[in-house]
Design a protein around this ligand. Structure first.
Ligand code: UD1
Length: 345
């Protein structure tokens, strides 16, 4: 019997980014499966209250090599779920050093520690469809990635490094490429990322929703329950080992359509403010045949309207959140004017 079919009664898992949005949901899934969970997060984007009770929270960075090595020595992890990232795709052009330090080098620290520990049966990495760039649509796993922003480049570099670590050291991996994930528990106060949360936060403050360009750009917004359970269960699926999967919703919507859906769920008339277009991939959505083949029982395909309604019900109870502008912009050239204004605050 393979190791994947025979999980220990109390498998021990490290979840990085556990105080973040997807991380907290993956933690919950693993705790439900009986895992002992060590939840590592530096609280740069997440909140300690997001870490589910039952997980052992450690505040710290994946860039603190001494801490990472100590955790691997203390806990002898069976599985690593690496979700920590600074996932601001649009902003990544202007914070390259920060992006590569956190999203690439931080990941490599974890891969090194996993190889050295010798106990890790599978390293589950949350990449992104940002790796595809302006690729043919819908994006499929066999397309050659052509990332076109530093965030996508970092994610793809980690994917390649995992494949190398598998060839060289036998470290098993599963790679997921989610896209535009939303739902309860998301930080709606971040001014740079997650358009659904941004729109809801603006509405709660009686401000207009801000649309980059004419709002005709499309994304397939993915409800959290279509993503987190699949990530958590991947270690038990034999055919998933050393594979790459797109994961998330099938149907793309324009940002303009989204604004109307959010306004309806928040029970307000849409109030729109159009801003200069961001330099970004205009249409991004991916195919999910592969994930349906391996995880079909977990693919729920929650419709946008339903998912947005659930999230709206949640934000109405939690209220608006005041986010902090990013303080260490490295390159100001071509920074969208609305972000420049934030930086000068
Ligand atoms: C997202 C993902 C990234 C994924 C990528 C797929 C996040 C944080 N990032 O980036 O991991 O790989 O999709 O390509 O989920 N928008 C507005 N007004 C706003 C904010 C955003 O019109 O105030 C628009 C943007 O121009 C964009 C869309 O909404 O077209 C989504 O933006 P955002 O939520 O920041 O995510 P992506 O940049 O698509």
């Amino acid at each position: 019997m393979g190791v994947l079919n025979n999980p220990r009664m109390h498998a021990c898992s490290l979840v990085t980014g556990a105080a973040g949005f997807i991380g907290q949901h993956v933690c919950r899934e693993l705790l439900d499966k009986g895992h002992k969970v060590v939840a590592l997060d530096d609280l740069s984007g997440g909140f300690e209250e997001n870490v589910p009770p039952g997980a052992h929270f450690v505040r710290g960075s994946i860039n603190d090599v001494a801490l990472v090595n100590k955790l691997f020595q203390e806990h002898r992890f069976d599985y690593v779920f690496h979700l920590a990232a600074y996932a601001a795709e649009g902003l990544s052009h202007f914070i390259k050093t920060f992006n590569y330090t956190n999203n690439l080098l931080g990941s490599v620290n974890l891969i090194n520690a996993s190889v050295n520990a010798g106990t890790v049966k599978c390293f589950v990495f949350t990449s992104s469809i940002a790796v595809y760039g302006r690729n043919q649509l819908p994006m499929t796993e066999d397309a050659v990635p052509q990332p076109e922003d530093p965030y996508g480049i970092a994610k793809y570099a980690v994917e390649l490094d995992l494949k190398e670590a598998h060839e060289m050291f036998g470290l098993n991996y599963v790679i997921f490429r989610p896209h535009n994930v939303y739902g309860e528990g998301q930080n709606i106060g971040d001014p740079y990322r997650n358009v659904i949360g941004i729109f809801m936060n603006l509405i709660l403050q009686s401000k207009p929703m801000t649309l980059f360009g004419d709002g005709s750009q499309t994304r397939a917004f993915s409800y959290i329950s279509d993503v987190a359970p699949i990530i958590a269960d991947s270690i038990h699926r034999h055919g998933a080992l050393n594979q790459v999967f797109n994961v998330g919703a099938d149907t793309p919507y324009s940002v303009l359509e989204l604004a109307n859906t959010v306004a309806e769920a928040m029970e307000v008339k849409p109030d729109l403010k159009f801003l200069p277009a961001r330099n970004e991939v205009v249409h991004a959505y991916s195919a999910h045949e592969k994930v349906k083949k391996h995880f079909g029982d977990l693919v729920k395909n929650v419709p946008l309207k339903e998912g947005v309604r659930r999230m709206a019900d949640w934000v109405k109870t939690t209220g608006s959140r005041q986010g902090q502008p990013f303080r260490n912009i490295e390159v100001y050239q071509n920074l969208p004017p609305s972000w420049l204004a934030l930086a000068k605050k």
